[in-house]
Design a protein around this ligand. Structure first.
Ligand code: PMP
Length: 359
């Protein structure tokens, strides 16, 4: 068996120890004689798995008691509409901050439900987070939505805006669990799982309990946070296996030393990759230095005619999925929690070698 360093933006690498444990438990989970995939979601065994996953996540993120944790389906994209359906609560406007492709998608979906006030925009370059002093929040907006890490362009917030009484809503699909977070500053946080949490299929929502119960009358039941909270996210059959794996990932993070330790490693991984890029005239990254993502590191080659060769040779030495998003081109190295530091070191080594041979 030879595993590669997979720099995919998601679904992305998972910790090897998690997958080994899942493999061991695949046919017979802890003496039950069945796989987690085969279990009733209402049975004692599965309920214990789901409860443990939530407890471990609460511990990792230090989630206050007045927040509910929901494990839903439909991805972060589903949340683009669930958020307005649940949080408008009679209002007809919401504030959105536009920082890149994912916030753009959140905005276009929200427009189906209300007027969107683009309170701040990173245009024209979309390579930085607009300063808070420039934000123009609308008085009648029901909530403020941000995308703290733009997965495609690699633009990340380094601060959490203080938006007063309005709930702050964050799409943290690509940076949740990468470092400690003060959950109490948010009304709602959501994330698709397939980067730092687990396999695709489960979607995490962390919501302050006073925001439950105000969904629009026509909100489909599965998208109603209150109904899902009342049913412990088991209003219908949940994504049982993905949540089980997410639970193992949470255990892995705890064993590693929690999010402070994870942050230390992530910062080091990102810093060395950005230094390698900055110290070369062959590679470059266009993002404002203070907003460079720890998770997604896009870079371009000075001579784009070498892109295909770069990707082919990287692949040949086990460095895969480095092609940048089709909308921006170039390369992107996604270095989520489960990307070993050795993978980043190997990439840096390869980049230097490729430059020497082609620069
Ligand atoms: N938001 C962000 C920041 C993302 O990175 C992604 C997925 N790459 C999405 C939303 C969409 O997530 P999903 O595919 O789970 O709907």
């Amino acid at each position: 068996m030879s595993r590669v360093y997979n720099f995919s933006a998601g679904p992305a690498m998972l910790p090897e120890s998690v997958m080994r444990r899942a493999a061991e438990e695949m046919l017979d989970w802890q003496g039950t004689g069945m796989s987690v995939m085969e279990m009733s979601h209402r049975g004692k065994a599965y309920v214990s798995i789901a409860e443990r996953a939530e407890a471990d996540l609460r511990e990792l993120l230090n989630i206050p008691d007045n927040y509910r944790v929901l494990f839903l389906q439909g991805g972060a994209t589903g949340q683009f509409s669930a958020v307005p359906m649940n949080l408008l609560r009679g209002a007809n406007r919401a504030d959105y901050v536009y920082t890149g492709s994912w916030s753009k998608k959140a905005i276009s979906e929200a427009k189906k439900f209300c007027q969107v006030n683009v309170a701040a925009s990173g245009e024209p370059d979309l390579m930085h987070v607009p300063e808070f002093s420039e934000w123009q929040l609308a008085d009648d907006a029901a909530y403020v939505h941000i995308t703290p890490n733009e997965t495609i362009s690699g633009v990340e917030f380094t601060w959490t805006p203080e938006v007063g009484d309005k709930p702050l809503v964050a799409d943290m699909s690509s940076n949740l669990l990468s470092r400690p977070l003060d959950v109490s500053k948010f009304g709602l946080i959501y994330a698709g799982a397939q980067k730092n949490i687990g396999p695709a299929g489960v979607t995490l929502v962390i919501v302050r309990d006073d925001l439950l119960g105000g969904a629009m009358a026509q909100t489909p039941t599965v998208w109603d946070y209150k109904q899902q909270a009342d049913a412990d996210s088991m209003l219908n059959t949940p994504a049982t296996y993905p949540l089980y794996i997410a639970g193992l990932v949470f255990q892995w993070l705890k064993e590693l030393g929690g999010l402070e330790k994870m942050a230390e490693i992530n910062q080091r991984k990102a810093q060395k990759l950005y230094s390698a890029i900055d110290n070369s005239s062959f590679y470059s990254n266009p993002v404002a230095p203070e907003n460079r993502s720890w998770m997604n590191v896009p870079f371009v080659l000075a001579d784009s005619s070498l892109d295909a060769k770069f990707l082919e040779e990287a692949q040949a030495v086990g460095l895969t999925t480095l092609k940048g998003h089709r909308s921006v081109g170039g390369m992107r190295a996604s270095i989520y929690n489960a990307m070993p530091e050795a993978g980043v070191d190997r990439l840096i080594e390869f980049m230097a070698d490729f430059e020497k041979r082609n620069g």
